[in-house]
Design a protein. Structure first.
Ligand SMILES: C[S@@+](CC[C@H](N)C(=O)[O-])C[C@H]1O[C@@H](n2cnc3c(N)ncnc32)[C@H](O)[C@@H]1O
Length: 287
């Protein structure tokens, strides 16, 4: 006898709960929707619709993977971020809601219609850069990443969102491939977790996210030491920057940008009231 949507959801919830997962209700719903090609409204409005044998087999596969702590974003191959949907693979960091703090700051301060340029260092899936370009139709962007596999995902996402014409991608070690280019805005969410902390993270992150997207050296600050002076080098005079930080890195990262000569340094908090983004500017030319 085949399961209907409601039974499938209930059985999935029970399995994920038994496996000790944190959000079994939502995870179960997302997996049933994807396996049964149903919407949230179908589960409520058409709960007795039967799953086909193929859909049941797909659901079984998804549940087994989730029990092994594979992230939902990897199982579904996508993740919503800000107002866009992104393809996600094990080669990229799954975009986090905390990173939306940075996007919000940019959209508050950068004009909608003017033509300006943005550089995203460590572009990953394209989460930050594509969210900005989607809402600022005259802006153009360059995304840099050290990983070719990651750049392939960003390229794919730019094409699916119709933004490939305004986004260029470059493989490189931070700004190493850039001359004294002059961007109006530089953003970055670099890897900032201290090496010794990695083994304490949830298995979804520790075992499934790319290490190159996570590890920031012994104290988590390794990349900011390179990025602070380099970001100021590639900004236009008067240009602005914003970098994501770990919740306890405000003082150290602000100091690095101060030493590099940045002006107007401030730290923004995320929705959980944790320090999350250090922003600032390159001083304008003296007149
Ligand atoms: C924390 S992830 C951020 C991804 C994406 N920007 C986001 O916010 O979801 C950091 C990114 O930096 C890239 N990365 C790490 N070291 C790098 C380096 N030396 N030069 C350029 N990119 C680097 C990683 O491949 C990864 O995509």
């Amino acid at each position: 006898m085949s399961l209907n949507l409601l039974q499938a959801w209930q059985a999935a919830k029970a399995r994920l709960e038994a496996a000790g997962l944190a959000g079994p209700v939502i995870d179960a719903r997302l997996l049933v929707e994807a396996a049964a090609e149903a919407t949230r409204a179908d589960i409520v409005g058409d709960p007795y619709r039967a799953l086909t044998p193929e859909q049941e087999a797909t659901l079984e596969d998804y549940l087994t993977r989730r029990e092994h702590r594979e992230p939902i974003s990897h199982i579904l191959g996508r993740k919503g971020f800000w107002k866009i949907m992104l393809n996600v693979t094990p080669d990229v960091l799954t975009p986090r809601p905390d990173t939306e703090t940075l996007v919000e700051w940019v959209l508050r301060d950068f004009p909608e219609r003017a033509a300006w340029s943005v550089l995203d260092l460590g572009v990953g899936s394209g989460a930050i850069l594509l969210s900005i370009l989607a809402e600022r139709p005259a802006a153009r962007g360059l995304g840099v990443d050290v990983s070719e596999e990651t750049l392939a995902v960003a390229r794919d996402n730019a094409a699916s969102l119709g933004l490939a014409g305004r986004m260029a991608l470059l493989r490189g070690d931070w700004t190493a491939g850039l001359e004294d280019a002059a961007f109006d805005l530089v953003v970055s969410n670099p890897p900032y977790i201290a090496s010794h902390v990695i083994e304490t993270l949830e298995p979804e992150v520790r075992d499934h996210e790319p290490r190159v997207a996570l590890v920031g050296g012994d104290d988590g600050l390794m990349h900011y030491r390179v990025l602070a002076p380099e970001i100021l080098r590639v900004l236009k005079p008067g240009g602005r920057f914003a970098v994501e930080i770990g919740y306890d890195q405000k003082t150290a990262v602000e100091a690095l940008f101060r030493e590099a000569g940045a002006a107007d340094i401030q730290t923004l908090q995320d929705l959980g009231q944790r320090d999350r983004v250090v922003a600032g500017a390159k001083k304008p030319l003296e007149t």
